[in-house]
Design a protein around this ligand. Structure first.
Ligand SMILES: Nc1nc2c(c(=O)[nH]1)N[C@H]1C(S)=C(S)[C@@H](COP(=O)(O)OP(=O)(O)OC[C@H]3O[C@@H](n4cnc5c(=O)[nH]c(N)nc54)[C@H](O)[C@@H]3O)O[C@H]1N2
Ligand SMILES: Nc1nc2c(c(=O)[nH]1)N[C@H]1C(S)=C(S)[C@@H](COP(=O)(O)OP(=O)(O)OC[C@H]3O[C@@H](n4cnc5c(=O)[nH]c(N)nc54)[C@H](O)[C@@H]3O)O[C@H]1N2
Ligand code: SF4
Ligand SMILES: [Mo]
Length: 723
């Protein structure tokens, strides 16, 4: 294969930010035109709120929450309301693009859909003949990825990974599955509106705007629930808390062990629940003996009295006492153990399966559209791609990229759908370039000219979620429901929905039998007919609720079998023990910052989702750049003032873009905080290009979790430099 270079798609014309924004001036109320309303499911983040898109004479007006929707409770967040900006963004991809090499220089040229799809199908066939059909992988994030998953399955490949596992909630899902036999799932099954006590460990709900969760947290607080927030930063949630525990970063397991120590030694745990459901209590009791609050004080910096008091508060409200499992949990590489400690603490409080703790999820029993069963995969891909992580239930994005490097690579073709890998998977740019060099086919399905497109052979422009159907939302939750995403507008330019691309490729590969429908409306209507609805009905109502078939909580004194090897809640994990890992959570002290360095902490801001919205003109207006939070003490030491621009240099000598300083007491003197998703170097994203700094660039020390295989990103440190 030829070596190929990373190409930055550049803007097509010269435009000033105000020109780029001008399409998005606030809209007047509708005039005399024809107003239409159509249902959607928001795709700006993964909470999947259902809403209604309002337009006048086909022109966008506004998006509102669907009042019947349990995810949004009728209200969309800032980002969801700004979703029209994704449709109107002038920098969107407009047509299929293909890499061409001329005079030793690569560039992208516009091609027709025919040409792009023929090229992909031809390369896929060649890979199948030369190496086997099991060698094409998919990396995807978001609901539309399903269409490509179906395509690859039909083709004979089963290699897929989503960054929502190894870069996000993987460790907590593995931890809860080891303990309770099932994960937390999405939406998180937290029964917050009934909680009397809520513990947030680095979960910054309020900045992390998972809509329904923010609303239920608020509801709980209005009803007088106690809130305990563990965060080295004075987050929005910390500001609403009864207790803020400003923990030394990376020492959460020490705190969790000390809390267990108090609950057990002061006899505050739910004895009946533990006796009825759990196994391994004696081992746990012995294990936590050395971890007194006094011991934890030296690790965490939190007063022993405060640790005792908060443990007692939790116990006094149990079982309506919920220690939140967090969501983005890939922190320090011991994340599955931290997740286990959280799961065990909840078992001691008896909160799993109990009102105010964690409810039992249910979804609609929705049949799939009739199609033949896809062929079995020819090889055990996990044994080839991620053999070191037998307990990881899902694909690891970084391992799939690794498995695409070199002449003997296992992965020969790769589809990337809606994930901007260079900013998403830590320390991956070089490896991604090497993978691109080795791969015989790299297809990127995108809406924007994001960084990932620069590595592609072919870029397929998808229309936004406002211009297409996708699968029905059928999420496991409190009350089962279905929600419809339907097109509010015709796809702009030459963009197409993912389902259309997958079907068109299937036709070229002789796989039509797996896509035996005309278009996606037919699939949805058939499915809805099976559950007493129709596309016509859903087009009107958007969300339909279904009755639960089983109770939402364990009933009093009920016997239950859990899906663990022992059939019980495993405080002591038999699977971890058999696989040679610590069967009870063990604390490993975190790395200390080198001299003159600060802990690098990152997170979310209400106005944006990662890097996918920073070029959205509506949301750009709300928050054009990120800033770096610095404690006044550190600022004074460096002679830095609020509003100054500085650069950050990490422990490995990597320097960031310039970033504006926010001097604030809300971050600890030994740490700095920044919002993820800025500092784009993709030229085609003209609004956001070069604005703010990218935390991913500074995350070069990656701590792989030995159990979940996920990428811990928080063991990085920065110095402050003049810009
Ligand atoms: N450094 C650092 N890394 C992180 C995180 C962090 O905080 N810091 N967070 C981690 C977490 S929690 C997660 S979940 C992951 C998220 O990782 P990603 O899902 O990769 O997040 P985004 O950067 O938003 O990239 C989404 C891409 O999809 C494209 N896109 C948007 N809508 C559509 C669509 O409708 N169709 C198609 N085909 N493409 C679309 C966007 O243009 C964008 O390029 O990142 C993880 N990585
Ligand atoms: N507005 C908005 N909301 C979002 C998203 C978004 O992009 N934008 N993304 C969504 C997604 S996919 C996810 S996964 C979630 C992520 O949301 P969460 O799971 O809530 O957040 P994290 O990013 O892990 O946590 C960031 C918090 O952890 C704190 N922290 C840092 N180090 C430590 C430590 O060592 N110990 C403790 N206890 N705390 C620490 C930080 O100060 C910060 O407040 O957000 C979701 N919601
Ligand atoms: S929380 Fe906000 S961005 Fe996420 S799906 Fe709901 S409305 Fe959309
Ligand atoms: Mo995430």
């Amino acid at each position: 294969m030829n070596r190929r270079e990373f190409i930055k798609i550049s803007g097509l014309g010269v435009a000033t930010p105000s020109m780029l924004l001008s399409g998005c001036a606030p809209r007047p109320l509708p005039g005399d035109g024809k107003v239409a309303v159509s249902p959607t499911v928001c795709d700006i983040c993964f909470w999947k709120c259902a809403g209604m898109v309002h337009s006048e004479d086909g022109e966008p007006w506004k998006i509102t929450g669907n009042p019947d929707d349990p995810h949004s409770m009728g209200r969309l967040c800032t980002r969801g309301s700004g979703g029209l900006g994704a449709y109107e963004d002038r920098d969107r991809l407009k047509q299929p693009l293909m890499r061409v090499g001329r005079n030793g220089k690569d560039s992208f040229e516009p091609v027709s859909w025919e040409e792009a799809l023929d090229f992909i199908a031809t390369r896929m066939r060649a890979i199948g003949e030369r190496h086997g059909r099991d060698r094409v992988a998919l990396l995807s994030h978001g609901s539309g990825g399903k269409h490509f998953e179906r395509l690859l399955k039909a083709y004979g490949s089963h290699v897929y990974a989503h960054p929502s596992y190894a870069q996000c909630r993987g460790p907590r899902e593995v931890a809860f599955a080891l303990t309770y036999g099932e994960g937390v799932g999405s939406p998180d099954r937290t029964d917050m509106q009934h909680s009397r006590c809520i513990v947030l460990i680095g979960s910054h709900i309020g900045e992390n705007l998972h809509n329904g969760q923010v609303q239920t947290l608020t509801q709980a607080l209005d009803q007088g629930a106690s809130l305990i927030t563990v965060d080295p930063r004075f987050s929005v949630a910390a500001g609403k808390s009864d207790h803020w525990l400003p923990i030394r970063p990376g020492t959460d397991i020490a705190l969790l062990l000390a809390w267990m120590n108090v609950l057990i030694n002061e006899d505050l745990y739910d004895k009946d629940y533990i006796q009825r459901y759990a196994t391994g209590f004696e081992q746990l009791r012995d294990h936590v003996q050395p971890f007194s609050p006094e011991w934890a004080y030296l690790e965490t910096g939190l007063e022993p009295g405060l640790i005792r008091e908060t443990a007692r508060t939790m116990a006094s409200h149990a079982p309506a006492s919920m220690v939140h499992p967090g969501r983005h949990t890939t922190w320090y590489g011991d994340d599955t153990q931290r997740g286990r400690a959280i799961a065990i603490l909840n078992a001691l409080l008896g909160s799993w399966g109990r009102k105010g703790g964690f409810y039992i999820q249910e979804k609609v029993d929705l049949p799939a559209y009739p199609a033949p069963k896809p062929p079995k995969a020819k090889s055990d891909w996990k044994a080839r791609v991620q053999a070191d992580f037998p307990l990881a239930p899902s694909g690891l994005s970084q391992a799939v990229i690794e498995a695409a490097i070199g002449p003997d690579a296992y992965v020969k073709g790769l589809f990337v759908y809606a994930t901007n890998l260079p900013l998403t998977v830590p320390n991956i740019r070089d490896r991604l370039q090497q993978a691109a060099d080795s791969l015989e086919l790299l297809v990127v399905v995108e809406t924007q000219p994001a960084e990932i497109t620069g590595y592609a052979d072919v870029i397929l422009p998808e229309c936004t979620y406002l211009e297409r159907y996708d699968d029905l939302r059928n999420a496991p939750e409190r009350v089962p429901s279905l929600a419809l995403r339907s097109p509010a507008f015709e796809p702009r330019d030459q963009t197409k929905p993912g389902w259309w691309m997958a079907k068109a490729l299937a036709q070229r590969l002789g796989l039509e039998e797996y896509f035996p429908w005309k278009d996606y409306a037919e699939v949805l209507d058939w499915q809805l007919q099976q559950v007493g609805s129709s596309l016509e009905e859903m087009q009107r109502i958007g969300v339909k609720m279904y009755p639960r078939k089983t109770p939402m909580y364990f009933s009093e004194g009920e016997e239950r079998r859990f899906k663990t090897p022992s059939g019980r809640i495993e405080l002591y994990s038999s699977l971890l023990s058999e696989a040679g890992y610590d069967p009870l959570p063990r604390y490993t002290p975190p790395q200390e910052p080198p001299a003159d360095h600060y802990y690098l902490i990152y997170g979310r801001a209400p106005a944006h989702t990662f890097g996918r919205t920073t070029n959205n003109p509506v949301l750009f207006e709300l928050m054009p750049e990120n800033n770096v939070w610095i404690n006044p003490r550190a600022a004074a030491e460096h002679g830095i003032s609020n509003g100054d621009y500085i650069r950050l240099r990490n422990q490995d000598g990597v320097t960031s873009n310039r970033i504006r300083v926010r001097v604030t007491e809300r971050v600890a003197p030994n740490a700095v905080f920044m919002v993820h998703g800025f500092g784009h170097d993709a030229k085609g994203m003209r609004l956001t290009h070069g604005v703010g700094a990218d935390d991913a660039a500074l995350i070069t020390n990656v701590k792989i979790d030995p159990i979940a295989g996920s990428t811990g990103m928080r063991a990085n440190f920065v110095r402050l430099l003049e810009a």
